[in-house]
Design a protein around this ligand. Structure first.
Ligand code: SDX
Length: 427
């Protein structure tokens, strides 16, 4: 395999090295391009541009492959716990029983959130979108944990990771209960990570909370499936914010804001709202597929399409199966699941979607499960963030430990050339 490309421009030839990864993906390293040929590259949306070398997550969009540190997502979703996967993503290996026990205990010991944070939550209007609240609270953690992370100290890094892994679910649960007008629940020492999330989110003030096994398994699977996805929009945001040596909590807060967008993590909320609209409109899926294909109609089939997957998103396959299982276990007959399946069936036969390789993505079925668990639709993207947290941490840690330079893309200027100031009296 060639290890270089030669670019010729204006009678200048420059050899550029080709980098090949462990999965035989190759990239041209253009670091020397500007100094050698006075050229930069242009790639809006970075559709064809790699930002880093990474050992964390591999995905093949053509084959529908997703692996965390070499382990197939299908195996992890079926056999692992979310905390095992979080440890794997962050530290690179599956933990042994002692490592996992220590990780869980250290997280639990760091799960207390300063009571003053409640004053911040109370300052928000009840109708505030939970993603805005969560991004603010995550950034506010910096005020309560001012010491910046010494990334060269494994101990310091580990402490910061245990802190955010412990406090983030509390912020998620407090955010949800704020929107519901429910009193805060502090979880319980004898519960594990997922069980505590469930109790803090779902317990009712005057009832003993009983863990539903089916709900626990569904949540565990959903969080694993959302845990990382290489250089997506929000992860790239976390990396570029961290590259200025901004703190971990500040970088995560920026990632939460990027995830909020309906083209990204906000799609899971948009999918449910779309399915509900179709249901209320009489369930005419063909009508809405035609709207999605109409260039003059801003309507898009939310939960469909992906920047990288040009085949089935492997997570969508797993979540679709889990949706059937969870709704069956809980005895819920949700008509929007049938609408989603009808949309998928019809779209996968429609040349518009087939030619553009538009398949269901991670967001297409996930909201149906969240709704069956009693999670409000505005909280769906918060659940995505809860799952993505270990991936963001892992990617931020990799970038900082790799001493990567501050992210600062170039541009091609197309504005006015030099002109002189004109006094206002003459304009
Ligand atoms: C996530 O990157 C990640 O890894 C993200 C994520 C993660 O885990 O972090 O996987 C999570 O964000 C999943 C994606 C969730 N978003 C949605 O479901 C929103 C709906 N999907 C689209 O908006 C779109 O598919 C994107 C944003 C996901 C991808 O857009 P691209 O890669 O920029 O593709 P494009 O917009 O250029 O579309 C190519 C063509 C266009 O038609 P033509 O101009 O070629 O005629 O496909 C069409 C688009 O109009 N198209 C759609 C469509 N998605 C693309 N048409 C109708 N409905 C859609 N959903």
């Amino acid at each position: 395999m060639s290890t270089k490309v030669t670019l010729t421009y204006n009678n200048i030839s420059v050899d550029l090295p080709v980098i090949t990864g462990t999965e035989n993906e190759s990239a041209v390293d253009i670091a020397a391009l500007r100094s050698a040929a006075n050229l930069i590259t242009l790639d809006p949306g970075y559709k064809n541009t790699g930002s880093c070398l990474s050992t964390i997550t591999f995905l093949d969009g053509d084959l529908g492959i997703l692996r965390y540190r070499g382990y197939a997502i299908e195996e992890l979703a079926e056999k692992a716990t979310f905390l095992e996967v979080a440890y794997l993503l962050i530290f690179g290996e599956l933990p042994n029983i002692d490592q996992l026990t220590k990780f869980q205990n250290d997280i639990k010991a760091n799960s207390f959130v300063d009571e003053d944070v409640k004053k911040i939550i109370d300052a928000f209007p009840k109708a505030a979108h939970p993603m805005g609240v969560l991004a603010s609270l995550t950034s506010a953690l910096t005020a309560f944990n001012p010491s910046s992370v010494n990334v060269d100290s494994d101990e310091d890094m580990y402490k910061a990771i245990a802190k955010i892994m412990g406090k983030f679910p509390v912020l998620v649960a407090w955010t949800m209960r704020k929107t519901q007008g429910l009193p805060i629940d502090y979880g319980a020492k004898d519960l594990d990570y997922i069980e505590n999330i469930m109790k803090m989110m779902f317990s009712q003030p005057n009832e003993t909370y009983i863990i539903n096994k089916s709900v626990k398994e569904a949540l565990n699977k959903l969080l694993i499936l959302h845990a990382d996805h290489e250089q997506n929009c929000s992860t790239s945001t976390v990396r570029i914010v961290g590259s200025s040596q901004a703190g971990l909590f500040a970088s995560l807060s920026a990632g939460i804001s990027a995830l909020w967008g309906p083209l990204h993590g906000g799609a899971n909320q948009a999918v449910l709202e779309m399915l509900e609209a179709i249901r209320l409109d009489g369930g005419d899926t063909e009508k809405f597929l035609n709207k999605a294909k109409d260039k003059d109609d801003p309507f898009r089939l939310m939960g469909f399409g992906h920047r990288v997957y040009k085949n089935f998103d492997p997570r969508a396959r797993i979540i679709k199966k889990a949706a059937d299982e969870v709704l069956d276990d809980l005895g819920i007959d949700d008509p929007v699941l049938d609408i989603a399946k009808a949309l998928e069936r019809e779209a996968l036969k429609d040349p518009y979607f087939v030619d553009r390789k538009l398949y269901p993505n991670v967001d297409f079925y996930s909201g149906i499960i969240y709704r069956s668990l009693g999670i409000p639709v505005q909280m769906f993207t918060v659940m995505f963030a809860l799952g993505r947290l270990p991936g963001w941490i892992a990617q931020w840690r990799e970038m900082r430990k790799g001493k990567e330079p501050i992210g600062r893309p170039r541009q091609i200027y197309t504005g006015p050339t030099l002109r002189s100031y004109i006094d206002i009296s003459k304009r």
